[in-house]
Design a binder for this molecule. Sequence first.
Ligand SMILES: *[C@@H]1O[C@H](CO)[C@@H](O)[C@H](O)[C@H]1NC(C)=O
Ligand SMILES: *[C@@H]1O[C@H](CO)[C@@H](O)[C@H](O)[C@H]1NC(C)=O
Ligand SMILES: *[C@@H]1O[C@H](CO)[C@@H](O)[C@H](O)[C@H]1NC(C)=O
Length: 482
Amino acid sequence: MAWGACIAALLLLLLLAAAGGGNGGVHCLEEGSMSRSRRALQGRHYLRSRAVGGATVLELRHHSFSSAPSKSKEEEADALLSSDAARVASLQWRIENYRVIGSSDAAAAAVAASKAQVPVTSGAKLRTLNYVATVGLGGGEATVIVDTASELTWVQCKPCESCHDQQEPLFDPTSSPSYAAVPCNSSSCDALQVATGMSGPAACGSADQPACSYTLSYRDGSYSRGVLARDKLSLAGQAVDGFVFGCGTSNQGAPFGGTSGLMGLGRSQLSLVSQTMDQFGGVFSYCLPLKESDSSGSLVLGDDLSVYRNSTPIVYASMVSDPLQGPFYFLNLTGITVGSQEVDSSGFSAGKVIIDSGTVITSLVPSIYNAVKAEFLSQFAEYPQAPAFSILDTCFNMTGLREVQVPSLKLVFDGGVEVEVDSSGVLYFVSSDSSQVCLAMAALKSEYETSIIGNYQQKNMRVIFDTSGSQVGFAQETCGYI
Ligand SMILES: *[C@@H]1O[C@H](CO)[C@@H](O)[C@H](O)[C@H]1NC(C)=O
Ligand SMILES: *[C@@H]1O[C@H](CO)[C@@H](O)[C@H](O)[C@H]1NC(C)=O
Ligand SMILES: *[C@@H]1O[C@H](CO)[C@@H](O)[C@H](O)[C@H]1NC(C)=O
């Protein structure tokens, strides 16, 4: 009832905002118990897909693998945020690794390359918020995590040395007539070595096993190891013959739990985007649904803009190109606006940030984060502050309040391109009684790290990765399976 009233307030505010060109939104504080629907999601079904016009549309779902569903909301948030911090640390390490490998310092490159082959088992209990889609591979189906920071698609393969639980039957190379191992002396194997920083002989196994082997170590304790292979990939019935992927016989990492593996959508030669250049022109886009609403989003491959349901025109920000960038999508973040106030920070001069589908909370270099935090505190001065929670340190006690006026949050990219974050992506509700409601952004450890725009701030938005035009488009969209 009060929930309904708040929805009405939200609608009213949206109307006012539309009329006034406006700012912010109302966030309702009575979050229902959504754990039931979330658990229901885990009794999974294949996600839908279809081909329409010049595009292939895959249904996207939020994936939250929970081994202990009885956990409290705080415990869940804590596990989520610490695993997100591990992902951010892992990305920082990989960015640095690519930089070193790409540099002319051969000794440093050799050290970095040897590190890249060693899976690091931190023992962290990882579980993360991610988005999954279902594709066809060989004769079967595979539900995979969609990751814009990964260079290679991989699935768990028989015979499994070590595999996590997954919904679908394991991929079995022996039962797929179109399967072939990728030989060591192939250009794909060379590309893999470039992509992962592995040196030649290590990737090529022994003389009696001339297959090209791979190791993807995510540094947060999760990894996938196996051989590079080819098979028929099927996207909504559209076949991609000879698709190169990792056939992983040794895999570890709770973030992958329940899924068959990962779809690499990075900006590198072996990613799905590059391998489907002929079909889809190097363009894909997604709309990430809200976690709570049990709703679907979509991953669209191809550049047919007519299938989108965006409610605002698409604005494009240029990608920053860098030969040493690895699979990452870099943009030039030049400003942030909170409410109508532009935040002032010297940190914007560093420019380069990553936009990532697999990181949850946006992490900013300290100078930018502190400026955003200060502005937020001044605009939220009427609410009592609450203690920090995990990586979130700008928190408020909103117990007893019916609703809260959320200031708008805009990211500004080079060229004056403004992207407004959906109001659901501004605050993170740690506790069910609203006694800890935090700004959903975190500070990185140092100015030398790279800021990352996470998926919490990309919800209800069409985000278009146009690798051919070297630009990323944004538009508001209420996500659904289109
Ligand atoms: C790779 O090695 C095999 C077996 O030694 C050979 O037959 C084939 O021609 C080689 N392919 C390339 C591209 O060098
Ligand atoms: C939050 O505020 C409520 C009501 O003002 C108070 O009773 C409660 O102790 C506060 N909780 C925390 C964690 O500060
Ligand atoms: C980012 O944009 C600013 C402002 O237009 C520009 O001065 C700077 O060179 C850009 N940085 C990069 C890495 O492109």
